[in-house]
Design a protein around this ligand. Structure first.
Ligand SMILES: [Zn+2]
Length: 193
């Protein structure tokens, strides 16, 4: 009996793996489409922004002031929807003016003759990450795009401890939990369930 269950579960496992749709990386024109969406949203919010792709073997994306940078590795290997999720997260940093706010906080603390503690720096950076995730979730929702940021975060953190945070980022699991909670809140506000 046990053997039958084991066999059945193995067959089920193989079946479910075969049933998974293959991951199709974004084509060059799809990458351009998603970048256009981001620029259009910046225009909509009357905010300047730029997006550039740089040569880097790592999966990285970052934003300085209003300039978004993503690595060619990330752009060439992630599906279109997930690439959008990541770019909307970066757009969240632009629209929330995180670079400028971070700099202002640093200046203010320096003016007072103090220096920022590592814990304070971490708390500020984590708050900015949650805010950018929330903004991305909201933008995806309002523009009727798939909620793909969580999937992209899971792909980026593949092989890493998803419960571990860093100085710059909260843990992937915590981010995914918050994104899902925020999405449910948006839905509830719109539909009442
Ligand atoms: Zn970020």
């Amino acid at each position: 009996m046990k053997l039958i269950y084991r066999l059945l579960s193995i067959i089920f496992l193989i079946g479910s793996i075969l049933w998974l749709p293959p991951t199709k990386a974004a084509t060059i024109s799809e990458q351009a489409q998603v970048i256009d969406e981001v620029i259009s949203l910046c225009n909509y919010y009357n905010t300047y922004c730029s997006v550039r792709i740089v040569d880097d073997f790592r999966n990285v994306a970052y934003t300085k002031n209003n300039d978004i940078t993503i690595s060619n590795t990330l752009a060439n290997n992630f599906p279109k929807d997930e690439l959008r999720g990541i770019l909307y997260h970066e757009l969240g940093h632009v629209l929330n003016q995180h670079s400028q706010k971070g700099q202002a906080i640093m200046n203010q603390i320096q003016t007072m003759g103090k220096s920022i503690t590592p814990l304070e720096a971490k708390q500020i950076r984590h708050r900015f990450e949650y805010e950018a995730d929330a903004k991305a979730t909201q933008l995806l929702y309002e523009n009727k795009k798939p909620q793909s940021l969580s999937k992209a975060l899971m792909r980026i953190s593949k092989g890493r401890d998803r419960n571990k945070d860093t100085i710059s980022h909260p843990s992937t699991n915590q981010r995914v939990r918050n994104i899902n909670k925020y999405y449910l809140m948006l839905r509830k506000n719109a539909y009442g369930y």
